[in-house]
Design a protein around this ligand. Structure first.
Ligand code: GTP
Ligand code: MG
Length: 202
């Protein structure tokens, strides 16, 4: 399990955000999942329309010193792409744990899309589409299968995530007008006190 290794991807996302100067809203999105499922690849496909088969891990798995900043990275994230690799059973089995991490560390209304990546590798498929869809239903997430390599459903995944975040914001505005006041930023980005602060190694 490499929860603490996902932070580099967070920075990748922020670079993408910062490179776009014309925007109505800015969201912090995180891409999480086991090592080598294709997190960096899907971001490169989306941001640069590029793909490389070389595997350069941006993973800092197991580096305990990153544990203390986990809550900071999750804080304020409004959307997650929770990714597994359809050819890798272990990455699929880990989805439940990643989901728990999201629920523990992130804003209550953070939106999540479960993504089964590498759907171009049909011959090596181990996780069926139905299994992925069922798990997504159980967790209350939307679901896509993608291929960063063949550019399948990449744009759709990001756009859908932004759509459901916007829907959620609209709901919040309807039910709680305070969100539209100066307190909006605070309300939408602050985290409830993370229950696992005691894990801090300081
Ligand atoms: P970490 O940085 O270690 O957490 O891994 P990651 O999740 O960022 O994975 P990465 O994007 O580096 O991809 C891992 C390997 O899978 C690389 O060799 C990619 O080329 C390959 N890969 C990623 N996406 C796809 C895909 O959609 N199809 C295929 N066939 N290969 C893919
Ligand atoms: Mg990576």
């Amino acid at each position: 399990m490499d929860l603490y290794g996902k932070m580099a991807n967070t920075q990748d996302v922020k670079q993408k955000e910062n490179s776009e100067q014309n925007f109505d809203f800015m969201f912090k999105l995180l891409i999480i999942g086991n090592s080598s499922v294709g997190k960096t690849s899907i971001l490169f496909r989306y941001a640069d329309d590029s793909f490389t088969s070389a595997f350069v891990s941006t993973d800092t798995a197991g580096q305990e010193r990153y544990r203390t900043i986990t809550t900071a990275y999750y804080r304020g994230a409004m959307g997650f792409i929770l990714m597994y690799d359809i050819t890798n059973e272990e990455s699929f089995a880990a989805v439940q744990d990643w989901s728990t991490q999201i629920k523990t560390y992130s804003w209550d209304n953070a939106q999540v899309i479960l993504v089964g990546n590498k759907c171009d590798m049909e011959e090596e498929r181990i996780v069926s589409v139905d299994s992925g869809r069922l798990l997504a239903e159980q967790l209350g997430f939307e679901f896509f299968e993608t291929s960063a390599k063949e550019n399948i459903n990449v744009k759709q995944t990001f756009e859908r995530l932004v759509d459901i975040i916007c829907d959620k914001m609209a709901d919040s505005l309807e039910t709680d007008p305070a969100v539209s006041t100066g307190t909006a930023t605070t309300r939408l980005t602050d985290n409830p006190a993370p229950p696992q602060q005691s894990e801090c190694n300081c």
